[in-house]
Design a protein around this ligand. Structure first.
Ligand code: PSU
Ligand code: MN
Length: 312
């Protein structure tokens, strides 16, 4: 592990492999750690984290799992750290870290699982442009009262990282989420589709800009960046053979949202609560879809990173 020390006294640990790839202009794909700790149950989360790294490698790119390891922001977590974030002491789980929490977790010397927002921050600081995950955070239902809008959205408006995802889960207000991204100047491209995917389902009925292939995405990204744009979303529908019918998911989401309201869940706990409730409601099916789309997103992100790097 080599470290960067050029952040005003705060060092970011970058794995030797990631450092070498960046120096050589080779494609690198960032992966987040909140999805490991809070997004999927053990052991699916561990298998998934390792499978995503393998998918990236299979495309000739280098994976960089991002998190705060014992107080050290890290780009390129090793297998031991990933294992610890997947199978943790439930009394002392890694903290969920969004942009605002990074400094606190460094000071506390704790483990921190980085969300999309915090992963973007660290990836960008070391020069990683492409990031693959499952779903981004968004505008929550009821946000007009609660003001619960994920910091992922504001981060996309300020930090130049291309986030490859399956859209956002329908636990969120998807039309409002797209409006918010538009306000923030964040392009949303659809991979082989002109419709925003709804994570488990291929369609949401909401329009996005059609992207035919990786070279096109790379050109759009470079033009967006050259003219002062920040983040960008590439939304990839789940593989059709794993997609779940929209109406089936909607009933489960309704129950999860009601439960969250009854139990008075708020703040950073909302998303993990809804994800866990949904996993229980739909049982194995949602986990299978989740794993399949995360692997697919890692693969496509690696292809896009290669196109940006000018390979192929
Ligand atoms: N959506 C998912 N799975 C996830 C998350 C979102 O389908 O694991 C995680 C991501 O890390 C995302 C975070 O950045 O939840 C958003 O949390 P919040 O809504 O508190 O900003
Ligand atoms: Mn929130």
């Amino acid at each position: 592990m080599t470290s960067e020390h050029d952040r005003k006294g705060v060092s970011i640990a970058v794995s030797a492999e990631v450092q070498a790839a960046l120096a050589a202009g080779q494609p690198v794909v960032a992966l987040e750690s909140t999805v490991i700790t809070y997004g999927l149950p053990y052991p699916h989360n561990l298998e998934l984290a390792l499978a995503m790294e393998q998918e990236v490698r299979d495309q000739g790119a280098v994976p960089a799992t991002v998190g705060i390891v014992a107080g050290v922001p890290t780009v390129g977590m090793d297998a031991a750290a990933i294992q610890r974030f997947a199978q943790f002491d439930p009394h002392h789980p890694p903290l969920k870290v969004s942009r605002r929490d990074i400094g606190y977790v460094i000071a506390a010397g704790s483990d921190g699982a980085t969300t999309v927002a915090a992963t973007m921050v660290l990836a960008h600081l070391v020069g990683v442009q492409v990031f693959a995950t499952g779903g981004i955070g968004g505008v929550h239902h009821g946000a007009r009262e609660t003001w619960d809008v994920s910091a992922d959205l504001t981060e996309l408006g300020r930090t130049p990282v291309l986030v490859v995802c399956a859209g956002a889960k329908a636990i969120l207000d998807l039309p409002a989420t797209l409006e918010y991204l538009e306000t923030g100047g964040v392009p949303v491209l659809g991979w082989h589709t002109a419709e925003f995917p709804a994570f488990y389902s291929v369609s949401s009925g909401l329009p996005v800009a059609y992207a035919p292939d990786a070279p096109f995405v790379a050109r759009a990204w470079k033009a967006h960046r050259a003219l002062g744009g920040a983040g960008m979303v590439l939304a990839v529908p789940p593989p059709v053979e794993y997609a779940i019918d929209r109406t089936k998911v909607e009933a489960a989401i309704e129950r999860a949202l009601n439960r969250a309201a009854e139990e008075g869940i708020h703040g950073p706990a909302v998303t993990p609560f809804l994800l866990a409730a949904l996993a229980r409601e739909t049982e194995g099916e949602s986990v299978r879809t989740n794993v399949a789309l995360l692997r697919q997103n890692a693969r496509i992100a690696a292809q896009v990173a290669a196109a940006i790097a000018g390979i192929r």
